[in-house]
Design a protein around this ligand. Structure first.
Ligand code: NDP
Length: 451
């Protein structure tokens, strides 16, 4: 049977773009459909604009510290619209690069929504149809807002980069990555931030000690974190949104940001009719080769809800293209994936948490918290946390967790050692780089606890 194309990719985000480019490099005929902007969540309304906002929000503290170091410095006011313009210029530049890279690889880009008609046919909203030997679904995910009265008054992370002006106050609902990152960014930009989380402690998936450390620091920086707090309804208010809490309390906020998770974007693609199996979460079920229950259809990235991180989607897209188009069967590795949360202070980790170690048993915990030189000199109370979870018998480092300025940069390097299977003694044999914060990773002598 002959097809118009060898590969049709739906979604030009991190996973889709990588897969399309690498497949095209094999000489395959490849097209991609994107209904919004090339680059996807990470580039257009996720990691990249978020990190630029983190940078923007970091300056007040730097200038304050500069005074302690002898500078006659003052920060002045923050011009959101000037920043927003520069931010979107940068996103336009990045999108153009992604587009150019695809075109240079010979991939045709269709600015359209695509749906599946059968196992080998894609229909665009323009009415055009293409047949392809393989179809890759890389449609990502979208913010989820629970069904509460007035939910249409809530903003999501998508809206945060497009705001006309900064609100005077904000209620952030949720206690995960996005909630905590935006709470910190907006707080440092001078917005009055309240964070409402339904459970007892924010950042549920992370190491308990890290969570406590970050939560205390966020509170210390002025964020009003309210745990065990649910929102019952949202109502319009003169100057924003009136929030009715489940405990009967209420409050007015300039904006309400819901960061209550994301859901895979599988709706309206025609998947069920085709027999593509979905998981309970709505994510596309795939095997270790990212193949769905329909053999010609594959899926990578957040739409499969495996490890929802950009670099993982890229690996999955690469592995798919290597396997199907380069004759090199490759599985994406989902084991020991490091990650960072760009809160203030930043936190990052890889591998086993202390609570996982406690459950498993046979682990030693090496943990240290201290005031780092730079901010201590400036009179700040900020503390850094370094932590290793070590197998008591093999001495292998099973987990590493850091709360520190640039913790993401540190964990990237520590993750290589952890992934290689380094032992605590391998860490200790490495000479410290002095004076740094990260030197504590190789100088922790005695375990703090054993489980
Ligand atoms: P998360 O899953 O991290 O957090 C969702 C939060 O919302 C949790 O605190 C959860 O509570 C809470 N929640 C869920 N449902 C409800 C509800 N019905 N009512 C009230 N609260 C609710 O999702 P995010 O949206 O923060 O981020 C999505 C994904 O994006 C992350 O999983 C991550 O993979 C990725 N991401 C990564 C970043 C990075 O690498 N730095 C940055 C941003 C996003 P509970 O804990 O009780 O379930």
């Amino acid at each position: 049977m002959s097809f118009d194309l060898d590969l049709f990719v739906i979604g030009a985000g991190s996973g889709g773009v990588r897969a399309a480019r690498v497949a095209a490099q094999s000489g395959a005929r490849v097209a991609v459909a994107e209904e919004y902007r090339v680059g996807g969540t990470c580039v257009i309304r996720g990691c990249v604009p978020k990190k630029l906002m983190v940078f923007a929000s970091s300056f007040p503290a730097v200038v304050e510290d500069a005074r302690a170091y002898g500078w006659d410095a003052s920060i002045g006011s923050f011009d959101w619209s000037r920043f927003r313009k520069a931010l979107h210029d940068e996103l336009d530049r990045l999108e153009a690069i992604y587009r150019a890279n695809l075109e240079r690889a010979g991939v045709t880009i269709h600015p359209a929504r695509a749906v599946l008609e059968d196992a080998h046919t894609v229909r665009l909203d323009s009415g055009e149809r293409f047949t392809a030997k393989h179809i890759l679904i890389a449609t990502g995910g979208a913010p989820f807002i629970p069904e509460i009265p007035g939910r249409e008054l809530a903003s999501t992370s998508n809206d945060m980069f497009l705001m006309e002006e900064l609100p005077r106050s904000i209620l952030v609902v949720g206690g995960g990555y996005i909630a905590c990152e935006f709470a910190c960014i907006l707080n440092s930009l001078g917005v009055d931030v309240t964070l409402a989380y339904r459970g007892p402690q924010i950042l549920r998936a992370f190491d308990e000690e890290v969570r406590g450390h970050v939560s205390a620091a966020m509170r210390g920086a002025g964020i009003d974190i309210r745990t065990e707090t649910d929102v019952a309804a949202l109502h319009p208010a003169a100057d924003g949104v009136r929030v009715a809490f489940a405990d009967g309390g209420q409050g007015d906020y300039g904006r309400v940001l819901y960061a209550t998770g994301r859901v895979p974007s599988t709706g309206g693609l025609g998947l069920e009719a085709l027999g593509v199996r979905l998981r309970k979460s709505g994510a596309i079920a795939v095997d270790e080769w990212s193949q769905t229950s329909v053999p010609s259809i594959y899926a990578v990235g957040d739409v499969t809800d495996r490890v929802n991180l950009t670099p993982v989607a890229i690996r999955e897209g690469q592995a798919f293209a290597e396997t199907v188009f380069h004759g090199t069967p490759t599985k994406a590795d989902h084991d020991l994936v490091p990650s960072a949360v760009f809160t203030q202070p930043e936190m990052a980790g890889i591998g086993m948490t202390e609570q996982e170690g406690r459950e498993r048993g046979g682990v030693q915990i090496y943990s240290t918290a201290f005031r780092p030189m730079r901010t201590l000199f400036a009179g700040r109370e900020d503390r850094v946390l370094m932590k290793l979870v070590v197998d008591s018998e093999s001495r292998r480092v099973l987990g590493c967790h850091i709360v520190a300025p640039e913790a993401g940069e540190m964990i990237q390097l520590a993750a290589i050692a952890v992934k290689m299977g380094a032992t605590k003694e391998d860490f200790d044999r490495t000479v410290a780089v002095h004076p740094t914060m990260a030197e504590e990773l190789v100088t922790m002598k005695a375990p703090s606890r054993s489980w």
